[in-house]
Design a protein around this ligand. Structure first.
Ligand SMILES: C[S@@+](CC[C@H](N)C(=O)[O-])C[C@H]1O[C@@H](n2cnc3c(N)ncnc32)[C@H](O)[C@@H]1O
Ligand code: FES
Length: 453
C-alpha cells in the first residue's frame, strides 16, 4: 500500500567509469526537474520521490518506476519530465509510447545486461585491471589538487557573480587556456556551475570560498594548500622516519603560521563549545590552555564559566595572532596569554586544569612523557590534565582518520604521530597521574583525562 498517491523510484546509481549508468546519463538533472515540476503542479503531498539503486537497464537511463501501478520509464532525461508529470501524475494516464509495456522484453534486456556486466568484470579482472576503488585511491590527488589550486589562485573570488574563463584569467593573472581547463574541471566536480561560456559559484563556494563572504574559509584552507607541499615529501619521510627539510614552527614564514592558526581556529570554532561542554569544571578556578593556538577553546571555556582565570600558552610568533582572535571575541580582559616553548618551559603554575588540545600528536612519546611530568608540577593538588587528540585503537589502523593523520605528523614534525589510548594511559601513569581514562566524543577526537597523584 502506498502512503502517497504515487511513489517514484528514480535510479541514481553511479557506476564505474567504464559502465553506462543513470547517474552518467543525467539522473541528477532529472531528479531536480522532477522535484521542481511536481512542486509547480501542486503535487508535493501526493507524490513521493525516492532515489534508488540500479534497476538493471543501465544502458537506457535515467530510469524510473512509478508505483502503485509499477510503470517503468526509460531514458527519462530532464526535458521529458514535464510531459510525464502532466500525463501520468496529474491526469493519471501513463505516457503513450514512453511508458514501457513490453514486460517480457524488458526482463530479457535486464538479464542480458547483467550477463554483459558480469563478463566485462571477469575480463577486466583477468586482464589485471585495478579494482575501481583502488584506482580511485591512487588518483584521488588529482581532484584534491584541482581544488587546492583553485583556492590558491582565489578563483572563486575572481568569478564573482558569474564570469567567462577569459575574465577570470585576467583577474587571476593566468593563462586563458589553463584557466578555462581548470574552470571546466571545477564545474565537472560540481564546485562551479556553467551556463554557456559563463561560470558561476555554487551556494557552497559562494559562502565558503569567495573573499567578501563573511564565512569565507579561504585563509584557513590555505593551510591545506601548504600541507600539499609537505605531503609531497612523504616517500622521503618514510625512508628517513622523520620530516625532511623541516622548518621549526617558531621560524616559519608568517604567512604559513597565519594560515595554520586560521585553520585551527576554523576547526575549533565549531567543536570547542561541544568539547568544553563535556568537561567538568567543578572546582576549577584556574585553567591553562597549553598550545592554545587561536584561543578558540579558551574562549569557549570563558563563555562556559565566566569567572575562570584562563591563560593561553603558545609560541612567541603565535601569541600575537591568539590575542587578535581573543580580542575579536571581546575577551581580551578575561583571557591572558603567555609566550614560551612547551618543550622546555613549565607553564601554568597554580592551575586546576591543564587543557592540551591537538598538542600530543606533534610530539614523540618521550616528549609527551616529559611534558606531562613538567605540567604535573604546575597543577594544584588534585588538579587535572585534559588532553584532546585523535586516539587510535590498539591495532593502530582505526579510526581511519587517526591512522592517516599519523602521516601528517610524519611529514610535518620531527617525531610526532598519533597514539593509542593505551599509550596515553601508560605515559600519564609514568608522569605521576592517576585515574586516567579515555572519554569518547562525537567526531574524530577523544579526551584523555587524568588527575595529579
Ligand atoms: C595543532 S595546533 C592546536 C591549537 C589548539 N590547541 C587547538 O586545538 O585548536 C598546535 C598548537 O601548538 C603550538 N605549539 C607548537 N609547538 C609549540 C611549542 N614548542 N611551544 C608552545 N606551543 C607550541 C602551535 O603554535 C599551535 O598553536
Ligand atoms: S544504473 Fe540505473 S538502471 Fe542501472
Amino acid at each position: 500500500m502506498e502512503v502517497f498517491k504515487y511513489h517514484i523510484y528514480l535510479c541514481a546509481q553511479p557506476k564505474p567509469e567504464w559502465a553506462l549508468s543513470c547517474a552518467g546519463c543525467g539522473a541528477e538533472q532529472t531528479l531536480a526537474e522532477l522535484r521542481s515540476q511536481v512542486s509547480k503542479s501542486g503535487l508535493d503531498s501526493e507524490v513521493q520521490i525516492t532515489t534508488c539503486g540500479c534497476l538493471g537497464l543501465c544502458e537506457k537511463g535515467p530510469n524510473l518506476v512509478i508505483y502503485p501501478e509499477g510503470v517503468w520509464y526509460c531514458g527519462v532525461t530532464s526535458d521529458k519530465v514535464a510531459e510525464l508529470v502532466a500525463s501520468h501524475l496529474k491526469a493519471g494516464k501513463p505516457v503513450d509510447g514512453f511508458a514501457r509495456t513490453d514486460l517480457a522484453g524488458m526482463k530479457r534486456e535486464i538479464i542480458e545486461h547483467l550477463l554483459k556486466v558480469k563478463a566485462r568484470k571477469e575480463y577486466m579482472d583477468r586482464s589485471g585491471m585495478l579494482p575501481e576503488g583502488v584506482n580511485n585511491l591512487m588518483r584521488g590527488f588529482m581532484e584534491s589538487r584541482i581544488m587546492l589550486s583553485a583556492i590558491e589562485l582565489d578563483i572563486f573570488s575572481a568569478i564573482g557573480p558569474g564570469s567567462s574563463a577569459k575574465q577570470v584569467a585576467k583577474r587571476i593573472k593566468a593563462d586563458p587556456r589553463g584557466t578555462e581547463t581548470i574552470l571546466n574541471a571545477l564545474a565537472a566536480l560540481k564546485l562551479l556551475s556553467k551556463t554557456g561560456d559563463r561560470f558561476h559559484n555554487t551556494p557552497v563556494t559562494a559562502r565558503d570560498l569567495v573573499a567578501d563572504s563573511p564565512d569565507c574559509g579561504r585563509p584557513a584552507m590555505m593551510h591545506t594548500v601548504h600541507l600539499w607541499h609537505r605531503w609531497s615529501t612523504l616517500t622521503e619521510a618514510v625512508k628517513k622516519g622523520t620530516a625532511v627539510e623541516l622548518v621549526e614552527m617558531k621560524k616559519r614564514d608568517p604567512k604559513v603560521t597565519r594560515a595554520f592558526i586560521a585553520a585551527m581556529h576554523k576547526n575549533a570554532w565549531f567543536s570547542a563549545p561541544l568539547v568544553v561542554s563535556a568537561i567538568d569544571l567543578n572546582g576549577v578556578n584556574t585553567l591553562l590552555d597549553l598550545g592554545g593556538g587561536s584561543g578558540a577553546y579558551a574562549i569557549a571555556f570563558a563563555r562556559k564559566k565566566p569567572n575562570l582565570k584562563i591563560t593561553v600558552f603558545d609560541l612567541p610568533n603565535v601569541i600575537p595572532l591568539t590575542r587578535k582572535y581573543i580580542a575579536q571575541a571581546g575577551l581580551e580582559r578575561v583571557i591572558k596569554t603567555q609566550a614560551g616553548d612547551l618543550l622546555k618551559d613549565q607553564p601554568g603554575k597554580g592551575s586546576d586544569l591543564i587543557f592540551a588540545s591537538a598538542i600530543c600528536h606533534m610530539l614523540s612519546p618521550r616528549e609527551n612523557i616529559s611534558l606531562f611530568k613538567r605540567v604535573r608540577k604546575s597543577l594544584n593538588a588534585h588538579g587535572r590534565i585534559v588532553i584532546q587528540d585523535f586516539i587510535l585503537q590498539r591495532d593502530k589502523i582505526s579510526p581511519r582518520f587517526a591512522a592517516v593523520f599519523a602521516l601528517n605528523m610524519l611529514v610535518n614534525t620531527k617525531a610526532g604521530g598519533t597514539y593509542s589510548g593505551k599509550e596515553y594511559l601508560d605515559w600519564l601513569e609514568k608522569a605521576g597521574f592517576a585515574q586516567a581514562k579515555i572519554q569518547s566524543l562525537p567526531g574524530p577526537t577523544s579526551l584523555v583525562i587524568a588527575k595529579k597523584k
